[in-house]
Design a binder for this molecule. Structure first.
Ligand code: ADP
Length: 251
């Protein structure tokens, strides 16, 4: 078992943003976390990545207790945040070298991995430009490549594929599949239901810090498509009446 979360509760001040939350994610699985804005996806992913603490419950990542040993968790996890945090005055090439050195990866290994990933994403032409001058999608690719330099056992992506063009999104999907075949576990959140539907073996749908549906994607989608399931489970409003009220006021 790669990830085991039991009865997790997380508070920001008085506000409980994850509430008695439990999931299990198997080795080599691609697991999708879906949910409307503010449902707690980022909070959960930061805890799984060992960069955020929590008040109650237990989180075990590859046998490591994330409550007591966040540093060890960070060593085996690659984390790609929603907004890439990068050094804008470095080039991608310099940045990958920097990440390799803080991850204590031998220089030639880090370089080989960075080169292979750079090539796969068609990023070679940007290798010597300042990161600050790159587009959002290209920065996201830099962030994804950086997360893979230490060959993590678990890859955690927070809305990280949303800025990719269709070609890069396809490369990324294929890459995820091949990495999981080699034993990596991938957990990601996305707003793009089509990606979740096509890529994830299992999905959890969140609403206000709780899971409202979870299971094998094929089972969740037996009778309805993912958009219908998602809206039905997470919407607080009747969408057709919202749309008709909007049409009325725009007339
Ligand atoms: P999502 O990723 O699903 O949009 P988040 O995990 O970002 O959701 O947020 C869940 C809830 O926690 C939201 O109500 C948000 O306002 C709150 N929240 C997130 N980060 C903080 C923070 N640093 N301090 C206080 N509240 C926060």
């Amino acid at each position: 078992m790669s990830i085991k979360v039991q009865s997790l509760s997380k508070f920001y001040g008085e506000k409980e943003v994850l509430s008695d939350f439990s999931i299990e994610i198997q080795d080599g699985e691609i697991f999708g976390i879906l949910g409307p804005n503010g449902s707690g996806k980022t909070t959960l992913l930061k805890i799984l990545a060992g960069i955020s603490q929590f008040e109650r419950g237990s989180v075990i990542i590859n046998g490591i207790d994330a409550k007591v040993n966040q540093i060890e968790v960070r060593k085996i996890v690659g984390y790609v945040p929603e907004t890439p945090y990068l050094y804008e005055s470095l080039t991608p090439y310099e940045y990958f070298g920097f990440i390799g050195s803080i991850r204590e990866i031998p220089k030639e290994v880090a370089e080989r991995r960075a080169n292979d990933l750079t090539k796969a994403f068609g990023m070679e032409e940007y290798n010597d430009q300042f990161i600050g001058s790159l587009s959002f999608g290209t920065k996201q690719k830099v962030s994804i490549i950086a997360s893979l330099i230490h060959a993590p056992k678990i890859l955690i992506l927070d809305e990280s594929i949303n800025g990719l063009d269709p070609q890069s999104a396809k490369i990324f999907r294929d890459l995820l599949r091949s990495l999981t075949q080699d034993g990596m576990t991938v957990v990601f959140s996305t707003h793009i239901l089509e990606i979740a539907e096509n890529v994830c073996e299992e999905i959890a749908i969140m609403k206000t810090g709780k899971i409202v549906a979870a299971g094998k994607t094929v089972d969740l989608l037996k009778e309805r498509n993912l958009e219908e399931v998602f809206i039905d489970l997470t919407s607080t409003e009747d969408i057709s009446s919202v749309v008709s009220a909007l049409r009325g006021s725009l007339r």
